[in-house]
Design a binder for this molecule. Structure first.
Ligand SMILES: Cc1cc2nc3c(=O)[nH]c(=O)nc-3n(C[C@H](O)[C@H](O)[C@H](O)COP(=O)(O)OP(=O)(O)OC[C@H]3O[C@@H](n4cnc5c(N)ncnc54)[C@H](O)[C@@H]3O)c2cc1C
Length: 591
C-alpha cells in the first residue's frame, strides 16, 4: 500500500473517517458522516476546487440525498428542472421524447440540470458549517496502510518546501478519489471492465444573447455525427460531439474543430463564447469489492459509465447515502463491521444495472452505420406512433434484491417491480412493492405547515404506519428504546380528508420520536396500499427494509383485541428483525 517515501514532517491526531478526494461524491460522503457527529477529515489533492463542470444533471433520488446533505435550499441556485429530453434522427423526426416531471418519485424533479462548479460550491459551503468536518486541500495521498484497527495515511503537501508530508490516522477511510483512484490501486481490487471506449468532445458554451431552447435537452442520433445539446444548469449550455471511427484524435480535440462542430447548431464566435472544450473517453467498469478491511471506495473510484443515462455522479451519491448510515452504525458500535459488506452487495447490483443501461443507450445513440441507423429510426418511430412507450424516463435503479433487507434478501415480493395493482375491496391485494424498493417522498402537512416529508422527519430509520383513528402504536419498552437508540422515528400517516390530527403527537411513555403527518398528495397511503401493508420500515437511504402485511378486516379477525393487537405484534416483529439484523445489543423478542 505504499508509493514513494517522501521526507515526513508532521504527524496528526486521528479522525473517525478520512475521505480521500473532495469531488461531489467525497463532499456528499464527508457531509453525511459529519452531520451525524463524526470527526471527518478530507484530503484533497488540488489546492482549489476544480472550476469546470463534468456532469450536467442529476436524478430525483440524488436531489433527495443532496437535500439530506443540507443543500436543498440552494438547489435553485445551482440547478433547474430539466423539463424534457428528446431524441431526433438526422432528418429531425422525433425518435423518443420524455417529459420530466417537476415532482417525481423522490419529491424532487426526476431530473435537474445543474452547473457542477456551483453544486460543489454549495456543498463546500455546507461542509464549512459542520464543526466535525475538516478539509485539507493541497494534500495528495500517496500511501495508506491498515494497522492495529486503524488506517494510516500519508499525504504530500502541495507547494513549498517540496516533499513536505502529513501523516494521519483514521478508523475508516473512504476513497472518493475519482477515476484514477490511488486508493483503489493500493487496495489491489479486481475490476470488471466492459472494454467500452467512446470519445466525445464536450463544449461548454455561454451564449451572447439569452435564448429559449426547445427541446431543452436534445440528442441528435445522426450517424454522420451523433451529437447533443443540453442545459448545463442556470445560464449554462453544453454541446457534445462524438468522434467518428477513424477520425484522428488530436485534430478532433482542437479549438477549430470545436467551432466547426458547434456550427452544426448555428453557433460561432460572433454569438457564443467557448468557455472550455475537452475530449472525454467514456468507459464502463466497476470494482468487484468496494471494501477491503477498513478502506472503502465510492464514486468514480469504484465505477465508471458512459454518461448517456446521466448516472455516474448519481451512482456516487447513492454510494454516499448507502455507506454513510452503515458506517455511522459501525462507528457507533451499534452494528458489526460486517454490515459494510452489504455496501458492496447493494451498490454493485445497482451500478451493474446503471452501467448496462448507459451502454445500451450509448449503442443506440452512437450508431454510425447509416443502414443500421435507418432501421433503428423506423422501429423507434413506429413504437412512438403506436403509443407503445410512455413518455416517461426509465428508472436507472432496480429494487434491491439482496443486502440489508428483512430476511436477508427480498424473498417476499422480490424481483422486478410490477405495475401497481388495485386492491380488491375488503381484501388486501397482492403487494406490488418489493422489499428493497426505493420509497417515494411526498408532501405532508404537520400543523399548519406543508412541505416535503424530509423537512419534518430527518432521514433515519422510519417506521411509517397507518393506524386506526384514536389508536396507538405500542412497542415493548426495550424494543422502543433500542429503536430510539438507532434514531428511529415512528410516523403515523393520516389521510388529507380525515379529521385534523394533533400537530405532533409525542408519546409520553415512549422513547422513539413520534409524529403524525397528513398525507397531502396521497403518496404514503397509496404506497402502503400498493405494498399491502399496515406499516413499512424505511432505511435512512430511503430503501424499504420490510413491511407489516395489512391486517385482515375486523370481521375475519377472531383474536382478542382485534386488528390493533395483531398489528402491534407484527410491528414488534418487524422492528425486532431490524434490530436482530443489526446485531443490536438490546435483546428483542416476540410477545
Ligand atoms: C462529459 C461528462 C458528462 C457527465 N455527465 C454526467 C451527468 O450528467 N450526470 C451524472 O450523474 N454524471 C455525469 N458524469 C459523471 C460524473 O462527472 C462523475 O461520475 C463525477 O464527477 C464523479 O465524482 P467523484 O467525486 O467520484 O470523482 P471526481 O469528481 O473525479 O473527484 C475526485 C477527487 O479526488 C481528488 N483526488 C484524486 N486523487 C487524489 C489523491 N491521491 N489524494 C487526494 N485527492 C485526490 C481529485 O483531485 C478530485 O477532486 C459525466 C462525466 C463526464 C466526463
Amino acid at each position: 500500500m505504499t508509493a514513494s517515501e517522501p521526507a515526513e514532517v508532521e504527524a496528526e491526531a486521528e479522525a473517525d473517517v478520512v475521505v480521500v478526494g473532495y469531488g461531489p461524491v467525497g463532499q456528499a460522503t464527508a457531509i453525511l458522516l459529519a452531520r451525524r457527529g463524526w470527526r471527518v477529515t478530507v484530503l484533497e489533492r488540488w489546492p482549489r476546487p476544480y472550476p469546470m463542470p463534468r456532469a450536467v444533471s442529476f436524478d430525483g433520488e440524488s436531489a433527495r440525498i443532496l437535500a439530506a446533505a443540507g443543500v436543498g435550499p440552494a438547489m435553485t441556485e445551482f440547478g433547474e428542472p430539466s423539463r424534457d429530453y428528446t431524441w431526433r434522427n438526422a432528418a429531425g423526426d422525433v425518435l423518443l421524447h420524455v417529459d420530466v416531471p417537476e415532482r417525481g418519485r423522490s419529491g424532487w424533479p426526476d431530473s435537474t440540470s445543474m452547473y457542477q462548479p456551483a453544486l460543489e460550491e454549495a456543498l463546500a459551503e455546507r461542509g464549512s458549517r459542520l464543526p466535525g468536518l475538516r478539509v485539507l486541500r493541497g494534500h495528495r495521498v500517496v500511501a495508506l496502510a491498515e494497522r492495529d484497527g486503524h488506517v494510516e495515511l500519508t499525504a504530500v503537501l502541495d507547494g513549498s518546501p517540496p516533499d513536505r508530508t502529513r501523516r494521519l490516522r483514521a478508523r475508516w477511510v473512504v476513497g472518493c478519489d475519482g477515476a484514477n483512484s490511488f486508493v483503489r490501486t493500493s487496495l489491489g481490487v479486481e475490476t470488471t471492465d466492459f472494454a467500452y471506449f467512446n470519445d466525445w468532445l464536450t463544449c461548454d458554451v455561454v451564449l451572447r444573447e439569452p435564448a429559449v431552447h426547445r427541446p431543452n435537452n436534445l440528442q441528435i442520433c445522426d450517424p454522420a455525427r451523433p451529437r447533443t445539446a443540453v442545459s448545463a444548469g442556470p445560464g449554462h449550455r453544453r454541446w457534445e460531439f462524438m468522434r467518428l471511427p477513424g477520425e484522428p484524435a488530436e485534430e478532433f480535440g482542437r479549438t477549430e474543430s470545436a467551432w466547426r462542430l458547434l456550427g452544426l447548431f448555428g453557433l460561432h464566435p460572433g454569438n457564443a463564447t467557448l468557455e472550455r472544450h475537452a475530449v472525454y473517453t467514456f468507459q464502463a467498469r466497476y470494482v468487484d469489492r468496494w471494501r477491503v478491511g477498513r478502506v472503502l471506495l465510492a464514486g468514480d473510484a469504484a465505477h465508471l459509465m458512459p454518461p448517456f443515462a446521466g448516472q455516474g455522479m448519481c451512482s456516487g451519491f447513492r454510494d454516499a447515502a448507502n455507506l454513510s448510515w452503515k458506517l455511522d452504525l459501525v462507528l457507533a458500535g451499534t452494528a458489526p463491521a460486517e454490515l459494510l459488506d452489504t455496501y458492496t452487495l447493494e451498490r454493485r447490483a445497482h451500478v451493474q444495472h446503471a452501467i448496462g443501461m448507459s451502454m445500451d443507450l450509448g449503442r443506440v445513440i452512437c450508431e454510425t452505420d447509416p443502414a443500421a441507423a435507418r432501421d433503428r429510426d423506423e422501429v423507434m418511430i413506429a413504437v412512438r406512433a403506436r403509443g407503445l412507450r410512455e413518455d416517461r424516463a426509465q428508472s436507472a435503479v432496480e429494487p434491491l434484491t439482496a443486502g440489508f433487507l428483512r430476511g436477508g434478501a427480498a424473498a417476499r415480493g422480490g424481483g422486478p417491480q410490477r405495475p401497481p395493482q388495485p386492491s380488491r375491496p375488503g381484501r388486501p391485494g397482492p403487494p406490488s412493492v418489493p422489499v428493497g424498493d426505493l420509497v417515494p417522498q411526498g408532501r405532508v402537512r404537520v400543523g399548519d405547515r406543508t412541505g416535503l416529508f424530509d423537512e419534518f422527519v430527518e432521514p433515519g430509520f422510519v417506521l411509517l404506519a397507518t393506524w386506526p383513528a384514536g389508536g396507538h402504536l405500542h412497542l415493548r419498552p426495550e424494543t422502543d428504546a433500542a429503536f430510539a437508540l438507532l434514531g428511529g422515528r415512528l410516523v403515523n400517516v393520516v389521510p388529507a380528508t380525515g379529521e385534523e390530527p394533533p400537530a405532533v403527537a409525542a408519546g409520553s411513555a415512549d422513547a422513539s420520536a413520534r409524529i403524525t403527518v397528513v398525507d397531502v398528495d396521497d403518496v404514503y397511503l397509496r404506497y402502503l396500499a400498493l405494498a399491502g401493508a399496515d406499516a413499512v420500515l424505511v432505511r435512512p437511504d430511503f430503501y424499504l427494509f420490510g413491511r407489516v402485511p395489512a391486517a385482515a378486516p375486523p370481521a375475519a379477525d377472531t383474536r382478542a383485541g382485534g386488528p390493533a393487537v395483531q398489528r402491534s405484534d407484527s410491528v414488534e416483529e418487524l422492528v425486532g428483525d431490524l434490530l436482530a439484523a443489526l446485531g443490536a445489543p438490546i435483546p428483542v423478542g416476540k410477545h
